[in-house]
Design a protein around this ligand. Structure first.
Ligand SMILES: CC1=C(CCC(=O)O)c2cc3nc(cc4[nH]c(cc5[nH]c(cc1n2)c(C)c5CCC(=O)O)c(CCC(=O)O)c4C)C(CCC(=O)O)=C3C
Ligand SMILES: [Fe+2]
Length: 344
């Protein structure tokens, strides 16, 4: 007799990125489809990709995480294949879900590479799931997305250790006085104002602040900042602020001599991290003659893959969630249903 709640695969669902110069434009067009991003912004972002030969590191990094997840699943005795699908570039999630159907997959757990609630981090992944299933039709497997993990202890610890390593990179003379600055992707204020699963607005930014608090606490730093990066859209539309570069001016004027920048908003060192932080923000710090150390993202830490498997096992065995915050972790729904009516 078959177990009604058994799963036969994991789907690793991410953003996607181009892997060659010819792919940059079509990728950007997929990302911004109907989203009101001005063409000048697209030209500018295309340049960032071309600076790296038109190749985003995101797919390679995701494949590395998936390999680690595969090893960890085996180590924990969970026999599930891992499939890879993206929202904006190949392998596209529609094609992957088709392949899963061909392979006879009936029900899969979905890990999306965003820790957060909100439109881009949660609801848009639900839309991806629902669109992919629609494209495949009746044969499509049931897809259950795993919950938001912004406060999972392994995510917090991986980020905290990266912050400690970044402090160690700074010259000893500036280390003591260095300011800890967390960054995450900015979003339009209107998007952040949508109610979350708890019915209150600022679901995304509240979770980012919560992760920052938990990571700072783990590192033992009691004063820090949360700022935003990579804003796009027309200048007339307000987004979360301040931007990291404006913030560097501000802390410099206040006498800060060095910063540790921790991109907790992202799970890997993809293009928005390496361009906007390692190029733009680090250049800005150099202009200001401030010490600058960028903490690693959590994805390459072995604890990140361990956390993914933890989330899988938590779901399979209906365990108590391992979470450090009292703020909710929503996002776990079937076939792209919203977390709650009107959520994110
Ligand atoms: C909250 C958030 C996350 C974190 C949660 C998550 O990880 O999901 C995230 C991740 C990422 N964002 C990425 C890249 C881009 N994001 C863009 C545009 C936008 N992002 C937004 C938000 C977020 N984005 C928003 C509100 C827009 C405006 C247009 C829209 O409403 O959709 C654009 C278009 C150009 C531009 O407008 O800058 C690009 C190229 C990459 C891949 C980088 C690589 O290739 O290595 C990743 C992981
Ligand atoms: Fe949600």
């Amino acid at each position: 007799m078959s177990n009604p709640v058994s799963f036969d695969a994991v789907l690793f669902l991410s953003f996607g990125g181009p892997e060659g110069p010819d792919e940059v434009r079509p990728f950007l067009e997929n990302v911004t489809r109907g989203r009101g991003v001005p063409p000048e912004r697209l030209d500018e972002v295309a340049e960032h990709y071309h600076h790296f030969g038109g190749v985003s590191p995101i797919n390679r990094l995701n494949r590395e995480i998936m390999a680690a997840v595969d090893t960890e699943l085996t180590a924990r005795g969970v026999d599930l294949p891992v499939y890879f699908g993206n929202r904006n570039w190949h392998p596209l999630v529609e094609d992957t879900v088709g392949r899963m159907a061909d392979d006879g997959i009936r029900r899969a757990l979905v890990f999306a590479t965003s820790a957060w609630g909100g439109y881009s981090g949660c609801k848009q992944y639900h839309e991806d799931i629902s669109r992919a299933r629609g494209a495949v039709g009746e044969r499509a497997p049931e897809l259950v997305k795993l919950r938001q993990f912004y406060d999972h202890p392994l995510f917090v610890q991986a980020n905290a250790d990266a912050v400690r390593r970044a402090y160690a990179e700074l010259a000893a003379s500036t280390r003591e006085q260095a300011r800890l600055v967390f960054t995450a992707h900015s979003v339009p204020l209107q998007a952040d104002d949508q109610p979350g699963a708890d019915g209150r607005p600022q679901w995304y930014s509240r979770q980012v602040h919560e992760t920052a608090r938990l990571v700072a606490e783990e590192v033992g730093v009691d004063s820090y900042d949360v700022v935003w990066q990579s804003r796009s859209g027309p200048p007339s539309v307000p987004w979360l602020e301040p931007d990291i570069c404006d913030h560097l001016d501000e802390v410099h004027a206040a006498g800060v001599g060095a910063v540790v920048v921790s991109p907790i908003g992202f799970v890997s060192d993809h293009l928005e991290v390496v361009w906007d932080l390692d190029n733009e923000a680090s250049e800005k710090a150099e202009e200001l003659r401030m010490g600058f150390a960028r903490a690693a993202t959590a994805g390459t830490d072995p604890r990140f893959a361990e956390m993914i498997v933890d989330l899988v096992v938590e779901h399979l065995e209906a365990k108590q969630p391992r979470k450090l915050s009292t703020l909710a972790s929503a996002g776990c729904t079937t076939n792209g249903e919203p977390c709650a009516p009107g959520c994110c």
